[in-house]
Write a protein of this length. Structure first.
Length: 623
């Protein structure tokens, strides 16, 4: 008897029913399948009960759907020769046949999935805007989902809807039937969509909550024996370690730049800064906070018993095969200690100038200044505006065997080959000024000063720029013109600033529109007035916004882009600096041939569909 349509084909049961296997052999195969994480058919072949050909013939005899390649040939969509070629490629790459056919150009991905969905008469699901439920997704473990290219989509009273890249794969269906508590109803999803969405769909928020509950059972309220907890935390399976591991994995997958741990009176808040915006998750087990914070302090070589004074440290982790440097800051608050961790992904490497995506005029100006033999270049902006990324990009471009480059930083964020990087240590008197004096005796061609925090450091940097060195540094100022004012207010001589300063790059980060849910924007009256006020004549029909979808956490934004203004020194600005005429500087920027202020550069991004007009107006309002 053939199986009923739309029911799961259980290979093992059918083989026993047809007398191809004994019940004892099936039990042995199931044990091997569980132990070695194999498909049941592979386990049967490994034990020598049947050959692969015998299993394939048996499957075909049971009235299962034809192989997708044969169906495509029957319909004249591909030729038998193309199918043969694709199958040979499949043997070499261990990819699914559909992926091979698409890669070889025999059929487009859209055509392939449209054909497959119609032929199999099963629903086709677009994962981009599908409303997923976390508890349903986790019915299939992540490693299984990735290996088989499947995802649990919905759970009904009698069936589970499972998205599959290849619903004709009988072995995957059989394996899932064994794992899931209810019968399977297959749905078709694109393999490329699955790969794009796995990291997002399997974010470990559920694990964080489960580990918090587990840890809450071990750390009872009022317990103060943290030394024993810290000692036992070294075990890999300790709940506190698993909690932290899940927390870091979740943050890396979400692209977070910072993690905040904030104990409250009734809730423990875990917050992640994603694209500049904090996203909050709350945990009711507030009493686990001391154990978590003690472990983080231990990893960062901080004093565990000190809970009153702020502390700073750092440590490194390998998360999802990525090397992550983590900078830790603690601060005593009303209900314990707040911990903020900045995540620096060493595995991503330092970007190239092209990867910054700068407008052509700024790209050319940046390159031109970096090839000057001496002088000072400043990159300015508030904290978190991407200044360090820009500086490291510049160093990466300048890093050649013929140049001696030395940096003084607090801290060293990214390690660069061939460049001598110095970490300042204020506790032993090794501050920026002290290190800068020392490295000028190391015969440098280029010096990068992480930040000009005081007049002494700035004065040494300017003198170095005047004596044949190229100096790169940063300042925390709002824009390029306020930087010139800040230098003079620090007490630096105007003539020295005018003679040494080559250019100022001021930058901010604005959020990118999510490409998955981009749609035309309808500016409100306030934004239209702003456009009229700046004299914009662009077509507002070109403006875009993000509607909000699961991929962008319903924010409408995904990622950020640097907006940069470049003020190159010219004779007029240099003369004003020599006179220390601060009042004349803003007017001189308006007549500068190449200078364009940040809001105008950002506006170009808006009309290109990179960011929204709302982001541009918000940027203009804070400068």
């Amino acid at each position: 008897m053939k199986p009923k349509p739309n029911t799961v084909f259980r290979l093992g049961d059918r083989l026993v029913q047809e007398g191809r296997l004994t019940s004892e052999q099936l039990k042995q195969a199931l044990l091997v399948q569980d132990k070695e994480d194999l498909r049941l058919g592979d386990a049967i072949v490994k034990l020598g009960f049947l050959t692969q050909e015998e299993i394939s013939d048996f499957v075909a005899s049971q009235g299962r759907p034809k192989r997708v390649g044969d169906m495509l040939v029957e319909q004249g969509i591909i030729t038998s020769q193309q199918l043969t070629q694709a199958i040979e490629e499949q043997k070499k790459s261990d990819k699914r046949l559909g992926e091979i056919l698409v890669r070889l150009g025999f059929i487009s991905e859209g055509e392939f999935y449209a054909f497959l969905g119609n032929r199999l008469k099963i629903p086709t699901i677009d994962l981009t805007n599908f409303q997923h439920q976390e508890e349903v997704i986790r019915l299939i473990p992540e490693e299984v989902a990735r290996r088989f290219s499947v995802i649990a989509l919905a759970e009904g009273e009698k069936v589970i809807l499972v998205g599959m890249a290849d619903p004709t794969d009988i072995f995957v269906l059989d394996d899932l039937a064994k794992r899931l508590p209810k019968p399977i109803r297959p749905a078709l999803v694109k393999a490329s969509d699955l790969q794009k969405n796995f990291d997002r769909l399997y974010r470990t928020s559920g694990e964080i909550h489960s580990y918090a509950e587990e840890l809450g059972l071990e750390v009872t309220p009022g317990s103060h024996d943290l030394s024993q907890m810290v000692a036992t935390e070294m075990l890999v399976d300790a709940p506190v370690v698993k909690f932290l591991q899940s927390m870091f994995e979740d943050a890396i997958r979400a692209g977070a730049s910072d993690i905040h741990i904030q104990p409250g009176s009734n809730l423990l808040r875990i917050r992640q800064r994603i694209d500049g915006v904090l996203h909050e998750r709350t945990i009711k087990e507030t009493h686990i906070a001391p154990a978590l914070i003690s472990k983080i302090k231990l990893m960062a070589n901080l004093e565990i018993s000190e809970r009153r004074l702020p502390q700073d440290g750092r440590f490194s982790l390998k998360v999802n095969n990525k090397d992550i440097d983590i900078r830790v800051s603690t601060l005593a608050i009303q209900h314990g200690e707040s911990v903020v961790m900045r995540l620096l992904n060493q595995s991503s490497g330092v970007r190239t100038l092209e990867e910054l995506g700068l407008p052509q005029d700024i790209h050319d100006g940046f390159t031109r200044l970096l090839h000057r033999l001496h002088g000072m270049i400043l990159v300015v902006g508030p904290t978190g505006s991407g200044k360090s990324t820009t500086l490291y990009t510049a160093l990466n471009m300048l890093n050649i065997p013929g140049k001696n480059i030395i940096t003084v930083e607090d801290p060293v964020e990214y390690q660069l080959d061939r460049i001598n990087q110095v970490q300042i240590r204020p506790k032993i008197g090794l501050d920026f000024a002290t290190v800068l004096r020392a490295i000028l005796r190391q015969d440098p061609d280029i010096v990068m000063v992480g930040e000009m925090r005081d007049r002494e450091t700035a004065d040494i940097a300017i003198r170095a720029a005047l004596t044949g060195h190229l100096i790169l540094s940063t300042l925390h100022t709002n824009d390029a013109i306020s930087t010139t004012t800040r230098l003079l207010e620090m007490g630096l001589p105007g003539y020295a600033v005018a003679s040494s300063l080559l250019g100022i790059f001021s930058q901010r980060l604005v959020r990118r529109i999510c490409e998955s849910c981009m749609e035309p924007d309808q500016p409100d009256v306030t934004h239209l007035r702003w456009l009229a006020g700046v004299g914009s004549h662009h077509d507002v029909k070109k403006l875009r916004r993000g509607k909000g979808c699961p991929r962008c956490l319903h924010t409408g934004y995904s990622g950020r882009v640097a907006v940069m203004e470049l003020l190159e020194m010219n004779d007029e600005i240099a003369q004003a600096l020599r006179r220390e005429d601060i009042a004349a500087l803003p007017a001189l920027t308006q007549t500068h041939k190449t200078f364009r202020p940040l809001p105008m550069v950002a506006l170009d991004y808006a009309f290109k569909g990179t960011t929204t007009l709302a982001e541009v107006v918000a940027l203009a309002n804070i400068i």
